[in-house]
Design a protein around this ligand. Structure first.
Ligand SMILES: *[C@@H]1O[C@H](CO)[C@@H](O)[C@H](O)[C@H]1NC(C)=O
Ligand SMILES: *[C@@H]1O[C@H](CO)[C@@H](O)[C@H](O)[C@H]1NC(C)=O
Ligand SMILES: *[C@@H]1O[C@H](CO)[C@@H](O)[C@H](O)[C@H]1NC(C)=O
Ligand SMILES: *[C@@H]1O[C@H](CO)[C@@H](O)[C@H](O)[C@H]1NC(C)=O
Ligand SMILES: *[C@@H]1O[C@H](CO)[C@@H](O)[C@H](O)[C@H]1NC(C)=O
Ligand SMILES: *[C@@H]1O[C@H](CO)[C@@H](O)[C@H](O)[C@H]1NC(C)=O
Length: 506
């Protein structure tokens, strides 16, 4: 890009920011609304085989070369640098930090003896956060299921998982719950299952022919439904335990997290409108209908038939209402096109049962970054409001992807955050029950799909730097000003953006 057009783009960006109808400040949100940023254990901790930790299915996946040679052996080394990282959170003014516990660091065999060094690490991290006034929001399972249990009984496809997951959760509530107010059982439960048991492109890489990518085990027609069934039961069992044994004294909350796509129909045809509803039922309703109504969506029962497990009355009552809040990850919108012909396929998987096609998600497919369409996030929140009774929602992940090496002046990320936080405010003002926002991600980390090729971080990390130094990007400055200048008006906000731009480009 020539320097002239570079300047032009910057100017345009600045104009877009200055003219945005979304002028707001931290004070426009309720004081109890929480702003943070997030990571997960395998993506940042490193120390993968230190102090008693054993591999998870994600370690196995990475070491089989499935992440373009990248792995989390060292990652951001947060295991050794958590104090430094908490200071960086203080610098930004983060009110909360969302992270996950590595199950196989805490309980190396998946069940049984507890690793004292694992306990100590999470106690240290939690205490460091609390003493700096930052709320810990903890996820128990973020794609890093213990390999030992995967080997022993196939992990989530076996019903045995319910007992082991509940015991793991019990340990976490007992040891950390006096200081933790927000627990999430699983991250992106729906995508974990689709990538891991249908397409096989994510750990634990189960799939079957003709679906997926050369898996050595699995069954794409049945396992996705089975794994989800067990996830719902495990989640509900842990949630019931928390509510009965801990909540009255620890006063915290428990929820589950889903990946969302903000589906919109490709055309105005009735077919595509119905297909969009079907996409929502299969991707969101698959979990939300049982969680809110105690059963799977009607269209899933119809299309999947006997491959869809059913709940006994006892299970249905266990699952129904088993959450205090819902975690929502939202990055981009997907257009939906009907493809009912798939229902005629002889061998069916989740995709065929859903019977749709996805179309482009980006305004410009040549763009690496996600397009910024806050009204689609508002539409999604409206959907939860109208269909599922407006449950409390935390936006657990939302963030802009940039190439790993791109500039510290990450205007794309600033624009993205500004747009979506503004959209959230609009949704809040229109009665949505949204309670918090966590930018993904705090640091440039090991991405599940891209390894180290792309980055979402507020802090840049140069992988070649032996000190793994963290450098704040413009987005970190922008977020910090937003969070700290609580009283400043919209004029000051624009002025700040001008100042930042002057700072960065002269
Ligand atoms: C699957 O395996 C075949 C044969 O080894 C190979 O040619 C093909 O590229 C593999 N496909 C994927 C998606 O890895
Ligand atoms: C998957 O499971 C179903 C039901 O048990 C069975 O009919 C089918 O043959 C299995 N498919 C594969 C690829 O193993
Ligand atoms: C859909 O309908 C709206 C309003 O009726 C119209 O503005 C829009 O162009 C239509 N879109 C397509 C893809 O036909
Ligand atoms: C605001 O909320 C009302 C009631 O739920 C809904 O009908 C309307 O579509 C919402 N507006 C937007 C912009 O989402
Ligand atoms: C990052 O930049 C360096 C030097 O400019 C280059 O050698 C490397 O391939 C880039 N890495 C990525 C992931 O783009
Ligand atoms: C912008 O810069 C001017 C001049 O340095 C300063 O007076 C003003 O406080 C800055 N505004 C913000 C919002 O930082």
């Amino acid at each position: 890009m020539s320097s002239l057009s570079f300047c032009l783009v910057l100017l345009l960006n600045l104009v877009a920011l200055a003219l945005g109808a979304d002028k707001y400040s931290r004070d426009d949100f309720p004081p109890e609304f929480v702003f943070g940023s997030g990571t997960s254990a395998y993506q940042v901790e490193g120390a993968a085989s230190q102090d008693g930790r054993t591999p998870s299915i994600w370690d196995t996946f990475a070491h089989a070369g499935k992440m373009a040679g990248a792995n989390g052996d060292i990652a951001c080394d947060q295991y050794h640098r958590y104090k430094e990282d908490v200071q960086l959170m203080v610098d930004i003014g983060l009110e909360a930090y969302r992270f996950s516990i590595s199950w196989s660091r805490l309980i190396p065999n998946g069940r049984g003896p507890v690793n004292p060094k694992g306990l100590q690490y999470y106690n240290n991290l939690i205490n460091e956060l609390i003493s700096n006034g930052i709320q810990p929001h903890i996820t128990l399972h973020h794609s890093d299921f213990p390999q030992a249990l995967e080997d022993e009984y196939g992990g989530w496809v076996s019903r045995k998982i319910v007992k082991d997951f509940t015991a793991y959760a019990d340990l976490c509530f007992r040891k950390f719950g006096d200081r933790v107010s927000h627990w999430t059982t699983l991250n992106e439960a729906n995508v974990f299952v689709l990538g891991g048991y249908d397409g096989g492109y994510l750990p634990p890489q189960h799939c079957s022919s003709p679906f997926g990518f050369n898996c050595t085990k699995g069954n794409s027609t049945t396992e996705p439904y089975l794994a989800t069934h067990h996830i719902l039961l495990a989640h509900a069992s842990a949630a019931r335990l928390y509510k009965e044994k801990y909540q009255y004294k620890q006063k915290g909350f428990i929820g589950i997290n889903l990946y969302t796509i903000g589906a919109i129909p490709l055309t105005n045809t009735t077919k595509d409108a119905i297909a969009t509803q079907r996409a929502n039922d299969f991707l969101i309703g698959w979990y939300m209908d049982p969680l809110v109504y105690g059963e799977y969506p009607h269209v899933m029962k119809k299309n999947v038939g006997s491959r869809l497990p059913s709940f006994t009355d006892f299970e249905s009552n266990l699952v129904k209402g088993s959450f205090d809040f819902l975690g929502v990850n939202y990055y981009a919108t997907v257009q939906v096109k009907d493809n009912s012909e798939k229902l005629e396929m002889e061998v069916r998987n989740f995709d065929a049962d859903m019977a749709i096609e996805f179309a482009a998600t980006q305004d410009d497919p040549s763009e690496f970054e996600f397009s910024i369409t806050p009204w689609n996030l508002q539409g999604l929140l409206e959907y939860f409001k109208q269909v599922y009774g407006n449950p409390p929602i935390y936006i657990h992940e939302n963030g802009q992807r940039t190439p790993r090496n791109s500039s510290l002046e990450d205007w794309h990320r600033v624009k993205y955050m500004k747009g979506y936080i503004g959209g959230l405010l609009d949704a809040l003002r229109n009665g949505s029950n949204v309670r918090g926002y966590f930018e993904w991600s705090f640091l440039d980390l090991l991405e599940l799909l891209d390894g180290y090729q792309s980055s979402f971080g507020l802090y840049y990390i140069d992988l070649d730097d032996p000190d793994i130094r963290r450098q704040p990007k413009l987005s970190a400055h922008w977020y910090s000003h937003f969070l700290k200048r609580k009283g400043f008006n919209s004029y000051g906000f624009i002025e700040l953006e001008k100042n930042l731009s002057a700072l960065s480009y002269t």
